[in-house]
Design a protein around this ligand. Structure first.
Ligand SMILES: *[C@@H]1O[C@H](CO)[C@@H](O)[C@H](O)[C@H]1NC(C)=O
Ligand SMILES: *[C@@H]1O[C@H](CO)[C@@H](O)[C@H](O)[C@H]1NC(C)=O
Ligand SMILES: *[C@@H]1O[C@H](CO)[C@@H](O)[C@H](O)[C@H]1NC(C)=O
Ligand SMILES: *[C@@H]1O[C@H](CO)[C@@H](O)[C@H](O)[C@H]1NC(C)=O
Ligand SMILES: *[C@@H]1O[C@H](CO)[C@@H](O)[C@H](O)[C@H]1NC(C)=O
Ligand SMILES: *[C@@H]1O[C@H](CO)[C@@H](O)[C@H](O)[C@H]1NC(C)=O
Ligand SMILES: *[C@@H]1O[C@H](CO)[C@@H](O)[C@H](O)[C@H]1NC(C)=O
Ligand SMILES: *[C@@H]1O[C@H](CO)[C@@H](O)[C@H](O)[C@H]1NC(C)=O
Ligand SMILES: *[C@@H]1O[C@H](CO)[C@@H](O)[C@H](O)[C@H]1NC(C)=O
Length: 678
């Protein structure tokens, strides 16, 4: 104990020869970060302004990176030309930067993530592509919510409105395809599905887009999810308008590209907005706060400085602003922890691998891993809310706003948050303090004005013009024609079974086209076993009729529950032990038994009064007549029930053989077989 203090003193003198201030003095005067953006796009412009706003604030704030100026080097890349964008981004990686904001587009982010891994440069990306994971790319830091959550929100909206099938239109690149894969998973979890997906290339011509929309209009689903960028998305909307696909009956859900565009662009043409009335879109939820308000009020000055006074701040602006702050704070902690900035040549690139591409010009950020750790540990509140990463590298508490485009603006109709996975009209930050309640009873949204200016929720499907019909076999009966038969006059099928079938179909939340195929001549009852055989051999897709459920038939076909008497009973345990042999008296109280007995006696007496003059059965000695009265009373009590029971049994065993489950199966194989590959 006596020597411990001097030992520590010596150690700290060795580590910090000039005391703690030494580590601050060792800080470099200038540190560079990079950014890879497409500056002429809306999001790129907003991001560039946000980075500069953040740098200005950081450099004027003495509490963070005191004495060090943070600078940014921006590379303008082309997102649409994948190759050119890749080369531009690769060239940029030769710059010695300690972190990179961007890349903006998913395609380039995939490539650059490999390079960032090799060079140990943290990538502060706001690409939402869910397949860019911090597992494959440890240096990839996602500073905006991932599409996984966005698609879960879309699926929640679809499920909330009781739609079962949707059509997905997406831009056919990494961003679009991976987004739709996430949507597929999210919908499957809600027992919904994408019945038709169709992609288009980023440089699609007008005629291609029109063909795409026409093919979508032939499909049964009227719920269309549009996952693209702003430019092609707006083009699609204007064409859909001309094709009358923005009217009554249609539902359009645009992912967050639409809200990002409408938020950022201060000069949206009026006809663009009026052409997408009723569209739903999503926006990452950013709680309102003083810091958010400050950034908004600072924004116009910043955007003017950047010659982009027409750009307002959107959610990406807040996320980018905070990602620069995250780097600054992490860098501060990095320096406090004795970190220093140095770059060294990559021996793997120097030894020939670089070749004429001059890849050897790229250098490794030596302490990159350490800076990355600091970034993952940041914990502060910025304009975008709480900035903190969870174990999987995502921002904590992802949440979305559900927005309805009406009038000349947008109206928030509710929120989705990952916290409970439910839609709610309460902002999610109000819920984080409570324990998550996943009860569907809490799920609620405000009313939506749908396309066609209606408040009535669209059904979400129509009978498709290109689907194959289900062939439903119908026994053409000769006897008991009430159950099912062919109408002599009109030739259509009718009867009780047909009514039940059509009523059941009307309850399905998706369309089923079918035609009835009469089986049998109508002059004699058809052979039902043969009918079932035709279902098994796929000559028919199903059969409807008074088909008895027999053992032999259940082996080859699925039956619904018999609709007259199901044969299902519920066995429930008796709570109290029955101790007396008089337990059968328990259902009624003593008074009830007396009243019941009295009633039957009264009935017996009344019948005796009416009958004894004309009916020999009620004559005889007074004793015999008393016995007859009692006997009659009790026979009405017990025998009538027995008769009713017998009568009911005669009409059981009628079956109807085509319902939800089997229809689902047939739909999969019979509708649009060409889709099986998508
Ligand atoms: C941005 O510039 C690229 C070429 O550098 C061009 O292909 C693209 O159409 C431009 N985008 C916009 C929105 O102006
Ligand atoms: C706003 O939208 C219009 C129409 O799409 C477009 O011409 C204009 O360039 C956009 N402005 C910005 C700043 O992106
Ligand atoms: C920042 O550094 C200057 C000079 O190096 C010093 O005077 C000042 O106190 C520092 N501020 C803070 C908040 O550390
Ligand atoms: C903005 O425009 C002015 C005048 O055209 C130009 O001098 C300035 O460099 C531009 N600023 C930026 C950030 O592009
Ligand atoms: C890295 O390589 C470049 C040229 O390939 C050379 O100019 C530079 O001095 C090298 N740096 C180090 C630290 O080796
Ligand atoms: C983040 O900071 C807040 C206070 O600013 C603190 O209460 C919280 O525990 C911190 N979280 C972590 C994970 O360090
Ligand atoms: C989202 O919710 C799921 C399930 O409740 C949970 O496992 C996951 O960690 C949450 N993600 C975030 C980023 O909060
Ligand atoms: C969740 O919300 C429902 C409906 O408001 C309520 O009945 C239930 O008790 C809540 N559950 C918990 C665990 O708070
Ligand atoms: C229809 O045909 C059946 C058998 O051929 C016959 O018994 C029945 O009377 C006919 N019904 C009508 C309305 O013609």
């Amino acid at each position: 104990m006596g020597t411990a203090f001097p030992m520590l003193l010596v150690l700290s003198l060795l580590l910090y020869p000039n005391g703690i201030s030494k580590s601050l003095a060792a800080r470099p005067p200038v540190v560079n970060i990079g950014s890879i953006l497409q500056l002429n796009s809306t999001t790129g412009g907003v991001a560039a302004i946000a980075i500069n706003a953040a740098l200005e604030d950081i450099n004027s704030d003495p509490t963070v990176l005191n004495g060090t100026t943070l600078k940014v080097e921006t590379k303008d890349t082309n997102c649409f030309d994948g190759f050119l964008g890749m080369v531009q981004a690769l060239q940029f990686m030769e710059t010695d930067v300690i972190a990179i904001v961007g890349p903006q587009c998913s395609t380039i982010a995939h490539i650059i993530s490999y390079v960032a891994n090799e060079l140990r440069v943290p990538l502060m990306s706001f690409a939402s592509d869910a397949t860019l994971s911090s597992i494959q790319f440890p240096f990839f830091v996602r500073t905006a919510p991932s599409d996984l959550y966005q698609m879960a929100a879309v699926a929640a909206v679809v499920d909330y409105n009781h739609w079962k099938i949707v059509t997905a239109i997406y831009i056919d690149d990494d961003f679009g395809r991976n987004g739709i894969a996430a949507l597929d998973d999210a919908l499957t979890a809600k027992r919904c599905k994408i019945s038709y997906k169709i992609g288009f290339p980023a440089n699609a011509k007008k005629s291609e887009l029109i063909n795409l929309l026409v093919s979508v209009s032939y499909m049964e689903s009227r719920v269309i999810i549009l996952h693209t960028g702003a430019e092609p998305g707006l083009k699609l909307f204007s064409m859909a308008n001309r094709l009358n696909m923005m009217g009554n009956g249609y539902v359009w859900i645009a992912t967050d590209w639409l809200s990002a565009y409408l938020d950022a662009n201060s000069s949206v043409p009026a006809e663009t907005i009026s052409g997408m009335q009723g569209v739903l879109t999503l926006r990452p939820h950013i709680p309102s706060s003083e810091m958010k308000g400050n950034l908004i009020s600072k924004w116009s000055r910043q955007s003017q400085k950047y010659n982009h006074s027409d750009l307002r701040v959107n959610t990406y602006g807040f996320y980018v602003y905070d990602s620069v702050w995250a780097v600054a704070r992490a860098l501060d902690a990095f320096f406090d922890d004795g970190g220093s900035i140095s770059f060294s040549n990559d021996s793997r690139l120097r030894d020939g691998a670089g070749g004429t591409l001059h890849l050897e010009a790229m250098s490794i950020f030596d302490k990159g891993k350490k800076l990355l750790d600091k970034i993952r540990k940041v914990n502060f509140t910025g304009p975008s809310g709480k900035v903190q990463f969870d174990a999987s590298g995502d921002l904590i508490h992802p949440a979305y706003e559900i927005i309805n485009v009406i009038g000349n603006g947008m109206r928030t109709i509710g929120f989705w948050s990952n916290y409970s996975g439910l839609l709610s009209t309460v902002p999610p930050e109000a819920l984080y303090s409570k324990s998550p309640n996943t009860s569907l009873a809490n799920q609620q949204l405000y009313d939506v004005i749908w396309p066609g200016q209606t408040a009535q929720r669209p059904r979400g499907w129509v009978f498709p013009s290109n689907a194959k019909e289900l062939k439903i076999g119908i026994p053409n009966r000769f006897s008991f024609r009430e159950f099912v038969t062919k109408d002599n006059v009109t030739g259509s099928m009718k009867g009780y079974c047909i009514d039940v079938f059509t009523q059941a179909l009307a309850l399905l939340p998706y369309p089923v086209t079918y035609k009835f195929v009469p089986f049998g001549s109508g002059t004699e009852n058809p052979h039902y076993d043969k009918l079932i055989q035709m279902v098994e051999s796929n000559e028919l897709d199903g059969a409807v009729g008074d088909i008895a459920v027999t053992m032999k038939r259940t082996v080859i076909a699925d039956f619904t529950q018999p609709f007259i008497e199901t044969g299902l009973v519920i066995l429930a345990p008796v709570k109290r032990h029955i101790t007396t042999s008089w337990a059968f008296l328990q259902p009624f109280t003593l008074e009830m038994w007396c009243v019941t007995g009295l009633f039957f006696l009264v009935v017996g007496v009344v019948v005796w009064v009416l009958e004894h003059r004309i009916n020999d059965e009620f004559r005889g000695s007074p004793r015999q007549q008393m016995i007859t009265i009692f006997w009659f009373s009790f026979s009405t009590l017990f025998l009538r029930k027995y008769h009713e029971h017998l009568r009911a049994r005669c009409v059981t065993h009628m079956a109807i053989c085509c319902f939800d489950h089997s229809i689902q199966l047939y739909r999969e194989s019979y509708f649009h077989p060409d889709r099986a590959t998508t």
